[in-house]
Design a protein around this ligand. Structure first.
Ligand SMILES: [Zn+2]
Ligand SMILES: [Zn+2]
Length: 394
């Protein structure tokens, strides 16, 4: 087998030779911002570019119209680079345009680049390079559906990077989340004439919320419970016959969140008993697990960033912020996820309108080359070193 350091040098050279294509991908997706599960142009474009590069393609994939899987090489080990390409709504002067304010165009590009670089080096290792298109990170969380469909069962390590501002993080984490919708069915009556004939579904929602507020003192500080009353009745002079309360429950650990979510459901059961309004509930979006970066992959990524002369990163474990469907992947596959600083100086961050100008900029292209090199090199550690594979299996 070839010397791994020599192969990494070849990977860096290939990244530099082909960075024009990878920046073009960043730009093309940026110019066609599509919302989650509607990324028809973006997914087709990426798949066609992969076909040109010799990858075998499954599209659609895993039961999702805009998901795909592209592969090159054969057998195990298998490393996967996870693309995202969904945009956000609500930008532009009329607030009616989609925009890549989270920079998922850049994610699609750097993961494409890392897969493409390794595709040109397959003579040096056994194994398969996989590029997976994962729709709707901002919405339904396509990775959850792909995990549930078994799409990651054969993968040995998964890689992704995301642009950020205010410092590069190699060991981020996120909150597990459950999205619940509670419905209470009561009985309408004249609210002044014959209120004793009614069953008040809005009171049931209030009592449930009061129960949750009493619960807050007795959950860990990382727990977040936040909701809205989406339906609180038809008119003040009618006892509300129907109410809907939507709530997000989050915590730093999936197993703990399961206990919190059960307590929230119990608050709803109590409200049903107190009012007589019949309660039902459903999980109306995919539940996300918390993200855990694999410590061995964090360490290798740090070494590979050092090797390309990029040392301004923080590899300490970060407190969780927000939630991502990559959490579900990290529960089943050793995952390497980096938030790479785009080095903007205007103070803007992901989802700000001002961040749109940074995700397809010269600085984004500098970050693209760094990301391609560092992900390709860390994947080579997995592909070419059996000890690394043993370490990440633990
Ligand atoms: Zn986002
Ligand atoms: Zn994002």
């Amino acid at each position: 087998m070839s010397n791994i350091q020599d192969v990494k040098q070849q990977a860096y050279a290939l990244a530099e030779q082909n960075i024009g294509l990878y920046n073009h991908i960043c730009d093309e997706i940026f110019r066609h911002p599509e919302l989650g599960n509607e990324e028809y142009y973006s997914s087709k474009f990426l798949v066609e570019e992969m076909e040109k590069r010799g990858f075998r393609v499954q599209y659609p994939y895993g039961g999702l119209d805009t998901a795909f899987r592209c592969e090159i090489g054969s057998g195990s080990p298998k490393v996967a680079f996870l693309a995202e390409y969904d945009a956000l709504p609500g930008y532009g002067p009329e607030r009616n345009q989609n925009g890549h304010a989270c920079g998922h165009n850049w994610i699609a590009a750097c993961t494409f680049g890392a897969a493409d670089v390794l595709a040109q080096l397959t003579e040096h290792f056994e194994g398969t390079i996989v590029y997976i298109g994962t729709p709707a990170e901002e919405g339904t969380g396509g990775k959850v559906d792909l995990v549930n469909a078994g799409c990651f069962e054969d993968i040995d390590a998964a890689f992704q990077m995301h642009l950020t501002s205010g410092g590069t993080q190699l060991n981020g984490s996120s909150l597990a989340i459950d999205s619940l919708e509670f419905t209470f069915e009561g009985k309408a009556a004249h609210a002044a004439g014959k209120p004793w004939d009614g069953i008040n579904a809005l009171d049931a929602a209030y009592l449930m919320i009061n129960g949750i507020n009493a619960l807050r003192q007795h959950v860990t500080p990382d727990t977040r419970i936040h909701g809205i009353i989406e339906d609180g009745g038809a008119a003040p002079n009618i006892v509300p016959a129907h109410s809907v309360y939507k709530v997000f429950c989050r915590a730093a650990d999936r197993d703990y969140l399961n206990t919190v979510t059960q307590k929230v459901i119990n608050c709803a059961k109590g409200a049903e008993l107190m009012t007589g309004a019949k309660m039902s509930y459903r999980f109306y979006e995919n539940s996300f697990d918390n993200l855990n970066c694999h410590p061995a992959l964090v360490e290798l990524m740090a070494q590979n960033l050092d090797a390309i002369g990029y040392t301004t990163y923080d590899k300490s474990k970060q407190p969780p912020s927000g939630s991502t469907d990559l959490g579900n992947v990290s529960r089943v596959v050793p995952t390497c996820y980096v938030s790479l600083d785009v080095e903007n100086t205007d103070g803007s961050a992901c989802h700000n309108e001002a961040f749109l100008q940074h995700v397809n900029s010269e600085q984004a292209y500098v970050a693209n080359l760094r990301a391609v090199k560092a992900m390709a090199a860390t994947a080579l550690d997995v592909l070419m070193n059996a000890e690394v594979r043993e370490a990440i299996r633990k």
